[in-house]
Design a binder for this molecule. Structure first.
Ligand code: CA
Ligand code: CA
Length: 163
């Protein structure tokens, strides 16, 4: 790891010494469009990692309907405000975290609106959860088809992690 990083730094210095511009972030540009019904949670994460969003899907392994994706929070997935509305409530079965690392890089999901009823988290490092049917909130209530609010938190704010 250390030697690899040193090598990258040396290469960058070499380019700078030659007066050449570094290529910037073009190589990191997001691939447009996930392949809809053919998407898997792995492909969603690969295509969108680092874009700052959290994603929710109605089926396992990111199949079914995409309920939404957002860099923000939503205290009520059933109301008409925010990124999750109406029938999105109580319908999530798989989740993806394509946020950016550091600080509030973990998403906490809650049984009830208003961040009530117990929580379960998906960390930056975990990337995604393919099936909530074997998960419960901190209150012991089944998490599948039960999420009603979410927010970004620090990992150490969570006491339960979906798997
Ligand atoms: Ca909402
Ligand atoms: Ca609920």
């Amino acid at each position: 790891m250390f030697q690899h990083r040193t090598g990258v730094a040396a290469a960058a210095f070499g380019l700078a010494a030659l007066g050449l511009a570094l290529p910037g972030t073009a190589a990191q540009a997001a691939t447009a469009g996930t392949a809809g019904a053919q998407a898997t949670c792995s492909s969603v994460w690969t295509s969108h990692r680092g874009d700052g969003n959290v994603w929710a899907f109605s089926g396992s392994n990111c199949s079914g309907d995409e309920l939404g994706h957002t860099p923000s929070w939503d205290s009520n997935w059933s109301n008409s405000a925010g990124p999750f509305t109406g029938s999105d409530n109580d319908r999530a079965t798989s989740l993806v975290n394509t946020g950016t690392q550091g600080g509030r890089d973990t998403v906490a999901f809650y049984l009830g609106s208003g961040y009530e009823g117990g929580h379960g988290c998906v960390t930056f490092g975990e990337k995604y959860v393919t099936d909530l049917s074997d998960d419960t909130f901190t209150t012991g209530v089944a998490a599948n088809n039960a999420i009603s609010s979410h927010q970004w938190v620090t990992e150490n704010a969570c006491s339960k992690f979906f798997h």
